[in-house]
Design a protein around this ligand. Sequence first.
Ligand code: XMP
Length: 511
Amino acid sequence: MEIEKIVVLDFGGGYIQQMARRVRQANVYCEVLPYNASIERIKSINPKGIILAGGPGSFYADNAPRCSEDIYSLNIPILGICYGAQLICHQMGGKVSMEDCGEQGEVDVNISNQSLLFKDMDDIIRCRINCKGSIQKVPQGFRVTAWSDDCPVVAFEHPERKLYGVWFYPEDVHIVEDREILKNFLYNICECSGDWKMSSFIRQTIEDIKNKVGDGKVLCALSGGVDSSVAAVLIHRAVGKQLTCIFVDTGLMRKGEARQVEKIFKDQFDINLIMVDAGKRFLDKLKGVTNPESKRKIIGEEFIRVFEECARSLGRVDYLVQGTIYSDVIESGLGDGSMIKSHHNVGGLPQHIDFKEIIEPLRNLFKDEVREVGRQLGLPDHMVERQPFPGPGLAIRVIGDVTQEKLEILREADALFRDAIERAGLDKKIWQYFAILTGMRSVGVTDGDRTYDYTIALRAVTSIDGTTADWARIPHDVLADISNTIVSKVPKVNRVVYDITSKPPSTIEWE
Ligand code: XMP
């Protein structure tokens, strides 16, 4: 049975993923397309509804994005949000003004219960308005369904033509009513049934992989991160021993991590797993290298070399697994030239392995969905909740040149830091936390003797997705405890500092 879909047309701005995730969280599958997607492309998806979202600051700016007006003749419900609402108003013959409506931030809005969009809601709801401009006159045949003291048009609609516009973000995390509005659109207007569930995704994907792979051989590079781990377990469910995973132990992992991967995948899931102990190779290549970008490049290239060598020893493989997820796909560009960054999962493939096709079983999932799939497949919590960890590993957390001794110092300090954060019950509140071995040594005193040892820096940040971040306000007594533990337990460390810079202007990692 075909799954119900919503199309989200992306008019730019950074919040489209959040919008799409809210739709998915309401159990409706959605796909993000560029605003200028052709009508044929939209039709081929056969959506139950379309959402026009995002957008530049000014509606009347040169080159302000416009979608094809043909979408209005599809007889599919359309919800325009802020810029999207302006567009519907303008394209249907109403009047949009550059002047703000006088309401910004959280406001009380009066609604008409006659609108299906506001079904079963109170007469006055609280919304967050931060759209630019205002609707001066709704198009002919449309009616106003929400208004506030200073803003005469907060929502408008033409129910017969199934067109709806709202002047606030109906996926706002903080305002409960807003989510109800999105649900009303999805369920009462688009008549979705809510068939997007991770359990059915798992069932369907396993069946698809079985059909595609047949008795072919599948190869997966396991990093221990959430995406590759979930992808591996999912494929294993479908093809069992036809899957081989390779874990390249770069020697740059955190304390106990390589062993943990082995325990889970080999012992718990009984997956064919090859552990390649390549620590020495990586250290040799990194010897004397201090430039962060050079380190990254060397590690990336060496990783591919080791992986290729190991894979070649397996003979011909038919499929190579990639842990690409939907945010990677969106961030790598939707095909309209709006690329934000090229993602390391897209590209960077080994060139010397002969394989027929790439399988990307998580390509359509957001991170929270990937985690849910992992949980349902039986992966332990610490694995599905794992914080982001850079591909180059601890090499970019040892400032300057990397040596075995420095890695061991960092591994110990990092493990103690992470343990203390967990014991203080802060692990779910902080987005990412880790230790850095700074390239600095300084004078200290231990048991009356002068020392000249390393400084460990602690980094802990709150963030939504890592693009911006703030330093976490860890209580002073917790910091004091961590500092005491590190200097007393880790040899060659006599000073601990806490990084109190946000991103920007800093980055989360130090290199
Ligand atoms: P920055 O340091 O750029 O980090 O603020 C943002 C997020 O990305 C992670 N990061 C990396 N991940 N390879 C990766 O796979 C890398 O080279 C890399 N550098 C940074 C970082 O840990 C943070 O979560």
